[in-house]
Design a binder for this molecule. Structure first.
Ligand SMILES: *Cc1c(COP(=O)(O)O)cnc(C)c1O
Length: 240
């Protein structure tokens, strides 16, 4: 280990990143997909700012934050060229503040929130890109549209002029059972196809699914965006 801690972190980050890229490539090849069709979103919610800065020097992946407030603070502290993705729950009273900073919002989970985003976007003359969060597995504790809610609200959702709906997002159930995880990712992919069939044009292109524990399954099931935190930053925990 180099004695300079930031150099040690840089080496570790680079190794983590290379390892993840290899795993992405292998998973994509298993199902005859191009690895280029899978984009990495580096989730920095638990990562200290100096490490995030270091990561951004090694990779131009978008950075994902869970909380609007931290996203805004960090967007003001890091270079302008960072693409920030909001991946966590968005309350309506934070919409106006975060819209100018987020290049993609993964976690839009109600039509009320869509209404609010549309209204503020109009005022700000923006057309934010968003994903609709889906609770595929129907767990009580999870937020998101159920598939049937999304299907019945689809026409209404397509009417929002100031919102660019790019795709769907889900989180797999928290279980070691690979079969259940795969079913939930497959369900999201099928829902996307069904909604596209119900539209005049193919509106939905993105599938945001897969985290550190399950991203390879997600890639095999068609993920275009994977959201990885711990697997990228492991080994770089702050030293005291
Ligand atoms: C924290 C978080 C992630 C990343 O989780 P890891 O297990 O650290 O990869 C991905 N998506 C969402 C919505 C999260 O909140």
């Amino acid at each position: 280990m180099p004695s300079d801690p930031s150099l040690a972190h840089e080496n570790r980050l680079r190794a983590n990143l290379e390892h993840v890229q290899q795993r992405i490539q292998d998973a994509a090849h298993r199902v005859d997909r191009s690895p280029d069709a899978v984009s990495l979103v580096a989730v920095t919610k638990y990562t200290q700012l100096d490490l995030v800065q270091l990561f951004h020097k090694l990779s131009n992946s978008p950075l994902g934050e869970n909380r609007p407030q931290q996203l805004i603070e960090r967007a003001n502290q890091l270079p302008q060229d960072v693409n920030w993705h909001l991946i966590g729950q968005l309350q309506r009273n934070k919409v106006k503040a975060v819209l100018p900073y987020a290049s993609l919002i993964h976690s839009v989970d109600t039509t009320r929130l869509l209404n609010s985003i549309n209204r503020h976007a109009q005022e700000l003359e923006l057309r934010p890109r968003i994903l609709l969060q889906v609770n595929v597995s129907g767990e009580e504790t999870k937020s998101g549209f159920t598939p049937s809610q999304l299907i019945s609200n689809w026409e209404e959702i397509c009417q929002f002029r100031n919102i660019d709906v790019r795709g769907l997002m889900t989180m797999a159930p928290n279980t070691p059972d690979e079969k259940i995880i795969r079913e939930s990712f497959r369900g999201l992919s099928q829902l996307k196809d069904q909604l596209n069939n119900d539209s005049e044009e193919e509106r939905l292109t993105e599938l945001s699914m897969g985290m550190s524990q399950d991203f390879e399954i997600a890639i095999e099931e068609g993920a275009t965006l994977i959201r990885l935190g711990s697997v990228l930053f492991t080994g770089c925990e702050p030293t005291s």
